[in-house]
Write a protein of this length. Sequence first.
Length: 71
Amino acid sequence: MRGLNQASARYAILMVAAVYIVLFGLVEGARHFGFADAITAAELLQKATTLASLTVGAVIGFHLASHQSQS
């Protein structure tokens, strides 16, 4: 299995951040325009934040693990 180099890890983290920002904007827009109430929006954002955090942690873990196995 090919390891995750620094450029790939950085790209993956930036993509997660970009998707999170867009999702955050969509949820806040839906809340602002009345398509979702505040409680639903807060729950969606909490779930998205948890998923983004776990994804970034996994990318960092794979990056670190790939360097340890190469040395």
